[in-house]
Ligand binder design. Structure first.
Ligand code: 0X9
Ligand code: ZN
Length: 695
């Protein structure tokens, strides 16, 4: 018994009938009920497909069968309605009635190519560059018979002897009838003569009219990829192209589920099949794929088998049409990257430097323009550089100087974006989020103080300004030099930014301000309630006090006589600008002096006279007149000294003359006496010398 006969015998179990309309409506094989097409559902799907893709899909009736069905060919190509000088390829399915899976693999390939035409460059290459001819169901009568539940291989020719059918794959015209049954009842009945059947004639016509470079016919089952020869009469050596293509088709399948590529006659020998005819008569490179492990595998396996065989079919297309040209090298990747500081802050009037970095992270030169977007109102900036030419991988630093406006309020939030746009279209941006720092600055200025009078209050106007950028609760305290007293100071108050308050402080002038200083130090302490700001400021309050008190006479020496009464006028001149209040205090021998009053008040630039009445007894007396300033001001120490003496006796003028006369007489007498004495001595001397001479 022949091998095929064994296989046939093993699968003689009656198949359940197919529900009409089964098979995916879109032609895709599906797992589950309806995975397989009926003839009718296939025709319907093909009509829908050509209606949806009229530019590339064209249905072409090939012939009618014994039972009147149309064998449909589907042409897939661009410009589908005209025959173009392009490589042809032929894909057949369903020559054998019960080998349902071949119909599905054929339909799947067709639908997949159509649906990927617009998106897949390789598929487009095949469809545009070739004419693909599909005959998914070469034996519709047999298929329909199996749909009804029969187990059937051949077509439905009435053989005239009560039997039906010719094995279409034994009816082709190469070595017809040599290795096939001539008994009509047999499954491999080769028919009354070569090409006796419309089905085989239709296929023959198709490949003759549009000679394909390669062809594939899907059968089942066995997991083989077969190539000529299927007979053992032709003895040419193996065609290396067939072997190579079949091997590559196998290798295109998923590993572990690859079909075995081999010469068909290694399966078993037969004559009259498609492949030997194609190869021997038409120089077509033909392949028969024995799909799967059953004529009609479980529905769930259908998609898997279709998918497994898809790349093998694509390889055959590839061979027939030529590999698509390699896609043009992708254009260099364009990419620029911008990195920024992320955040920044600054005080009003501050120039903040933001450092950005621009990098050409792509593969080509980039000419990049830079611009700042969303610059906040009133903010000015300067960007250097504003343009950069960068080679791949190169980077440059960008400096963005940002001027914080003078009136920028504290905590103002500022969003700034730097955009980089390359001439190539590449772009990048980096944002930095900024915040205005709180500037606390309180100014203190002074007006002209009022007159300063010892012990009195002087008003000093002060102007307090908020030069910062936030509302501040301002507090001012002050401390003056010793002896001066701050008597009034403004209470803490709030100041809006840019505003100022006119107020004043009152200072009590020291009761006895020093005359020589010219000012008094007032130290102001300006602070904010939140403690964020504190400053000491010195103010020198000019001291305008001018005091000058002249007392005439400053001192006096008098000779008075006992019992005399004498009045002395002491003139006081106030040439200063302070009202002087003086008390008069006599010290010393106060029993002999009385002042005409105890106190004096001298308005500025005025005179006053204090009259002292002096009377006393003989003796030397001193009376001090002390003027004491009511405010403790050290009046220049002014003392009037009075010397009261006794009346002096008159000196006797004769006495002097007597004494003088006596003195003269005494002198005369002394002179005379001395002269006489000298004469006597001389005379005695002469006598003595004469005596000696005499002697
Ligand atoms: O016998 C056939 O027609 C094919 N096998 S099937 O089981 N589907 O019937 C095989 C044809 C390949 N040719 C030869 N083996 N000669
Ligand atoms: Zn078959």
């Amino acid at each position: 018994m022949k091998l095929w006969a064994v296989l046939l015998a093993a699968s003689l179990a009656i198949l359940p009938p197919l529900a009409p309309g089964s098979g995916g409506q879109d032609g895709q094989p599906r797992a589950g009920p309806g995975a397989y097409h009926t003839y009718d559902s296939m025709v319907s799907d093909l009509q829908n497909l050509s209606a949806a893709y009229p530019d590339i899909v064209k249905l072409q009736p090939l012939c009618q069968t014994w039972e009147g069905r149309i064998i449909w060919a589907v042409k897939l190509s661009d410009n589908v309605s005209i025959d173009e000088p392009e490589p042809n390829i032929t894909v057949l399915g369903g020559i054998h009635a019960r080998e349902f899976i071949g119909v599905e693999v054929c339909l799947h390939l067709l639908f997949s190519l159509v649906e990927n035409y617009s998106t897949n460059a390789t598929v487009k290459w095949y469809i545009d560059g070739a004419q693909l001819w599909f005959v998914p169901m070469v034996n519709p009568d047999g298929h329909a018979y199996v749909e009804k539940g029969a187990d059937w291989r051949k077509n439905r020719r009435p053989n005239g002897d009560g039997t039906f059918g010719v094995d279409l794959n034994r009816n082709f015209g190469h070595l017809w009838g040599l290795k096939a049954s001539t008994r009509p009842a047999d499954d491999d009945y080769c028919g009354p003569y070569a090409f006796s059947e419309n089905e085989t004639q239709a296929v023959s016509r198709l490949v003759t009219d549009h000679p394909p470079a390669a062809a594939v016919s899907y059968h089942s089952f066995g997991n083989y990829i077969l190539y000529p020869w299927g007979n053992d009469i032709d003895q040419e050596p193996v065609d290396p192209r067939l072997q190579a293509i079949a091997g590559n088709m196998s290798r295109a399948m998923p590993e572990g589920r690859r079909y075995i590529a081999m010469m068909a006659r290694e399966m078993y020998t037969a004559t009259g099949d498609t492949d030997d005819y194609f190869y021997a008569n038409l120089s077509i490179l033909p392949f028969t794929v024995e799909l799967a492990g059953a004529y009609r595998p479980a529905d769930s396996e259908v998609p898997i088998i279709c998918d497994d065989n898809h790349p093998a079919a694509l390889y055959l297309l590839d061979y027939a049409v030529g590999a698509p040209p390699p896609p043009p090298p992708p254009p260099p990747r364009r990419s620029i990257t911008l990195a920024g500081p992320g955040s920044f802050h600054g005080f009003p009037l501050e120039s903040v430097l933001l450092n950005f970095s621009l990098e050409n992270s792509g593969e080509a030169d980039e000419d990049v323009s830079l611009c700042v977007t969303s610059p906040p109102e009133g903010w000015t900036f300067q960007l250097t550089p504003e343009r950069a030419e960068l080679g791949p991988g190169n980077a440059t630093a960008l400096r963005l100087w940002l001027a914080v406006p003078a009136d920028a309020p504290a905590f103002q939030s500022v969003n700034l974006t730097l955009n980089a746009t390359a001439a190539s279209g590449a772009n990048a941006s980096a944002s930095a989020l900024g915040m205005v720092d709180r500037l606390q600055s309180i100014t203190l200025n002074f007006g002209s103080p009022g007159n300063t009078r010892p012990g009195e209050n002087v008003t000093l106007p002060i102007f307090i300004g908020n030069n910062g950028n936030h509302r501040e609760a301002v507090s001012v305290t002050a401390a003056a030099d010793t002896g001066w007293r701050i008597v009034q100071i403004p209470s803490p108050f709030e100041l809006e930014p840019g505003s100022s308050a006119d107020t004043f402080i009152r200072v009590q002038v020291a009761p006895a301000p020093p005359l020589d200083l010219g000012w008094v130090n007032i130290t102001f302490n300006i602070s904010t309630a939140d403690g964020g700001y504190q400053r000491l400021q010195l103010y020198q309050l000019p001291v305008q006090i001018e005091r000058r008190l002249d007392i005439m006479p400053a001192s006096r020496r008098l000779e008075l006589y006992s019992g005399d009464r004498y009045e002395l006028s002491v003139e006081l001149t106030n040439s200063g600008n302070v009202r002087e209040r003086l008390t008069v205090d006599l010290t010393g021998n106060t029993a002999f002096a009385t002042a005409d009053r105890k106190a004096l008040e001298l308005p500025p630039h005025s005179n006053a006279t204090l009259v002292l009445a002096l009377a006393g007894q003989k003796g030397n007396w001193t009376v001090d007149v002390n003027f004491i300033s009511a405010d403790g001001y050290p009046v220049r120490q002014t003392t009037v000294n009075f010397l009261i003496g006794s009346r002096p006796s008159k000196p006797a003028p004769d006495r002097v003359r007597v004494v003088a006369t006596l003195a003269v007489l005494l002198v005369v007498l002394a002179v005379v006496w001395i002269s006489v004495a000298v004469l006597i001595l001389r005379v005695r001397g002469k006598k003595r010398s004469r005596g000696k001479e005499d002697a």
